[in-house]
Structure formats: C-alpha cells, structure tokens
Design a protein around this ligand. Structure first.
Ligand code: NDP
Ligand code: GUE
Length: 287
C-alpha cells in the first residue's frame, strides 16, 4: 500500500488565500495586521523558521517586525521588549521564538505577553481556555494538524489517536484538540514502556519527539494516518522528520512529509491567529 500524501504546502496555500482576503479587507479599512517576532541568539534552525514566518506574513499583506536580540540579553531587557510590543497598537501578534537561553525564565516571558496578542497560544490563559473549550488562540502546530486532518477528510470521532511527545507546545495541546473532536487519546513519552504496543493501536499517530526517523514500520498499524511533526537533520544533513517516511508510507493510509507537511501549516495558523487578533482589535476600535 502506498499512503496518500497530506500536502501541508497545498493545504496551507488554500488557507493563506482565505487569510489574504481577510487581510486585504482590513487593510482597505486602514487597519494593517502586524506580527512581531522576537528571536534571541543565533540558532540557525530558529533563524530559518523566523525567516519563513516573516516572508509569509508579508506575502499575505501583514506588517512583520523582527526583533533580533543577542544571546546575552537579560531577562529584564527581554521583558521590556515584550512590554513595549504589548503597548504598540500596530502589533496584533507577539511571538517569542523558543527555546530561550538558559538564563531566561521562559514561563515568565510567556506570561508577560498580553493574552490578546498571544498568537502562539502559549500563555496560561490561552492554555486554560483551550482546555475548557472556550474561544481563544490555539497553539499553531496542533491547530494546523487539526486543519490538515479535517481538510483531508480524516475521521476523528471515535478513533484512537496516539501521540508520542508531551511538550507544552505540541504534544499536550494536540491531545486536547483531538479529544475535543471525540478521539480516544493516548499520550506516550520517554518513560512509556513498550511504546510499540501503544503506537500499533493508533488509527491516528502523531509523532513529536525530535529524533530523526525514530518511528519505523514496526510502530504503525496498517491503514493508520501518520502525522510527523519532527524537524531533524539526518546523517547527510538533510531535513527529515521523526518518522522513517519510506517505510511508513507503505503501511499508512495517509502521511505528512517533512519538509512540506506540518511546518508550513504551523506558519499558516500563526497568520490566521494574527489576522483574528487584528479583526478583534478593529471591532474594538483599536485598529
Ligand atoms: N513542524 C513544526 O511546526 C514544529 C516542529 N517541531 C519539532 O517537533 C519535534 C518535537 O518538538 P517539541 O515537542 O518542542 O520537543 P520537546 O523536546 O519539548 O519534547 C519531546 C517529547 O518527546 C518525548 N520523547 C523523547 N524521546 C522519546 C522516546 N525515545 N520515546 C518516546 N518519547 C520520547 C519527550 O518525552 P519526555 O517528556 O518524557 O521527556 C517529550 O515529551 C522537534 O523535532 C521539533 O523541532 C516543534 C514545533 C513545531
Ligand atoms: N514561540 C514559538 N512558536 C513556534 O511555533 C515555534 C517555536 N517557538 N520554536 C520552534 C518551533 C518550530 N517551528 C517550526 C515552524 C515552521 C517550520 C517550517 O516551516 N518547516 C518547513 C521547512 C523549513 C526549513 O526548510 O528548514 C517544512 O517543514 O516544510 C518548522 C518548524 C515553530 N516553532
């Protein structure tokens, strides 16, 4: 069996067309949605993602502001930048690229972001609202995955979704969103014993670990839908996911590639959240 490819670029493109129309409507009324990204340090991978975010936001007609700070920036200085962006009426979305250097308390920085501008959906208020199903900004990667599943016609209700990874930015919220759509959810992580026994039961397998080609044929049930969140380099320095794509595609019914799967959807959802934030500001007479 050869799996159907879930094309994040194509699905993202469709969505970005819709976003572009929303942005141009706002622009015509004199309100330009603005996204600010704070990047601390010189991590080359982070720089690529941040560049992609900047390029994409400009493509849909938004204002994009990149604030690059040295790895030596103090927590106090960083918090002052966040505060300035909180007060800046031309900015509707604030994203602080993670991870931050060890001398900075990540939780403190995330909590400092105005929840109304928390387009990453990482603020405790956003997380809490998501948990109880209230309207809020949803974290971009899991939200993008839900869009991909829905737009591919994958049935979620009653299915067993198994997630490998329990980070605050991917694994944990992923489980919540699937649960809200009536999946039965299992979380696996580094302490899980006999991982294969769980993954083999998955109708939908979401992999967010950060280890190149960790998931192989033996983990996957025939006909499963496999979503690969991983962003790694293989032994030749080539970008690859957490799933061994060549093996998995013979067993799965549908699968996301890396690159070209979850990554582009993450950025698309960031744009969607920023547009939504600007629309709310507009309705409140603040844009
Ligand atoms: N495409 C995109 O848009 C995005 C891609 N990513 C990529 O996704 C991957 C995961 O990111 P993130 O969630 O932030 O990563 P984290 O490092 O924060 O979390 C990794 C998770 O995987 C679990 N894990 C690690 N090793 C194993 C193992 N051998 N068996 C089972 N579970 C394991 C960890 O378990 P434990 O909790 O026990 O330590 C942890 O819960 C990375 O490659 C990252 O680059 C991330 C965000 C967005
Ligand atoms: N505050 C915060 N929010 C994030 O959303 C966030 C973060 N920090 N830190 C890092 C992770 C990672 N992440 C990615 C986004 C896009 C691609 C992406 O566009 N990937 C392309 C390829 C990129 C390339 O060519 O290197 C693809 O998969 O096709 C990947 C990874 C967002 N993250």
């Amino acid at each position: 069996m050869t799996a159907k490819l879930i094309d994040g670029v194509a699905i993202g493109k469709q969505l970005r067309e819709e976003i572009k129309q929303g942005v141009s409507k706002l622009n015509a009324s004199g309100c330009k949605p603005g996204l600010a990204v704070i990047l601390v340090g010189e991590n080359p991978a982070s720089q690529t993602y941040v560049k992609n975010k900047e390029k994409s936001s400009v493509e849909v007609g938004m204002k994009s502001e990149l604030i690059k700070l040295p790895a030596t920036v103090t927590e106090t200085e960083l918090l002052a930048y966040v505060d300035k962006l909180n007060k800046d009426e031309s900015i509707h979305g604030i994203l602080v690229q993670l991870p931050l250097p060890k001398h900075i308390n990540e939780d403190l920085v995330i909590q400092a972001i105005d929840p109304n501008k928390d387009v990453d959906g990482f603020h405790p208020q956003s997380v809490g609202k998501m948990m109880i199903g209230q309207q809020t900004f949803l974290p971009c990667t899991p939200h993008g995955i839900m869009e991909m599943l829905q737009r591919t016609g994958v049935e979620i209700s009653g299915k067993h979704a198994v997630i490998i990874g329990r980070s605050n930015i991917v694994g944990k919220p992923m489980g919540q969103l699937l649960l809200q759509k009536d999946a039965t959810v299992t979380y696996c992580h580094s302490r899980t014993k006999d991982l294969v026994s769980f993954t083999k039961q998955a109708d939908i397998l979401i992999v967010a670990i950060g280890r190149a080609k960790f998931v192989t044929a033996e983990h996957i049930k025939e006909g499963a839908v496999v979503i690969d969140v991983g962003m790694n380099r293989d032994e030749n320095g080539k970008l690859c996911g957490d799933v061994d794509f060549d093996e998995a595609k013979e067993i799965a019914s549908a699968i996301t590639p890396v690159p070209g799967g979850v990554g582009p959807m993450t950025i698309t959802m960031l744009l969607k959240n920023t547009l939504q934030s600007a629309q709310i500001a507009k309705a409140e007479g603040k844009c």
